[in-house]
Design a protein around this ligand. Sequence first.
Ligand SMILES: [Zn+2]
Ligand SMILES: [Zn+2]
Length: 316
Amino acid sequence: MFKTEIKSQIDEDICILIKVKNHAFNYICECGEAKKLSVKECQDTKAIFISHTHIDHFVNFDTILRHQIGTGRKVIICGPKGLINQVQHRIKSYCWNLIEEGAISYEIREIHENNYIKKVTLNPPLWEQENEENFSSFKIFEQNEFYVEFEILDHKIDSVSYLFRAKDKTKIELDDGFKGGKWVSDLKRSYEMNTPNKIIHIDGIDYLSKNLYHMINIEKGKKVGIIMDHAATKENHQKIKTKFFKCDEVFIECFYKNEDKEFAKKNYHSYASMSGKIVKESKIKNATPVHFSRKYKKDDIEALLKEFETAQKAPN
Ligand SMILES: [Zn+2]
Ligand SMILES: [Zn+2]
């Protein structure tokens, strides 16, 4: 369902691209510098997810914007509180006297505590905050076949982690003697709407839907998590374990080596063995450590990855 790709090289800031099967658009997570992110990928992006706006997560926003102008589409940008003003200020720092109306439109969705979301749109050439809406939701984004949940972590500021969830699919495995037909979608709907006493007509015979439920098979939707900068605290770890439990795939910050634990503490970051441990405790199937301090050389990063792996595979 989801195809993920790290677009930043190991010595660049972080940027991850998520593609969705049979779906024309891309989703960008974090706007760190990323030479591997193509013009076409930026143009085909429907939504951008930003954990926080430290420069290493936001610096490439202008380049993405540069490529998106002229697509005539609306692009959604999701992130922590304060993002609306920050995006607006970034855009307004350029001169826009020649831009055509409708060249691009941005909808910014700010995530606050208690699932409170504030939404505005910015349109050229004036880029004023328009159409403000406030609502409450545990989903920050939803598309036909998937949606995105979030959890705010503490990084001395809010750092939003995201969970992409494919919706569960209801499938029917026909018993012998049954043939497909309109009744299949009636049965699926009955199951999804929890109406077990609905009458289902099959070849002139009426059945109670609950008597056919044994033919239903639920295919669980895949889950992909993006866990960026966060302090290695009990509170953050509890939130990660709850939100990302048994995730299929996760990208998690691993900014420091174990020997630099003190820096991690000072800068509200995680470190190799702690990220590995939390991934293990969350029973995540496939975890990729990302986002390393720029002070590290190739050898340091290799050592850091080893520390992560050791903690992830440690016996209980
Ligand atoms: Zn940060
Ligand atoms: Zn960072």
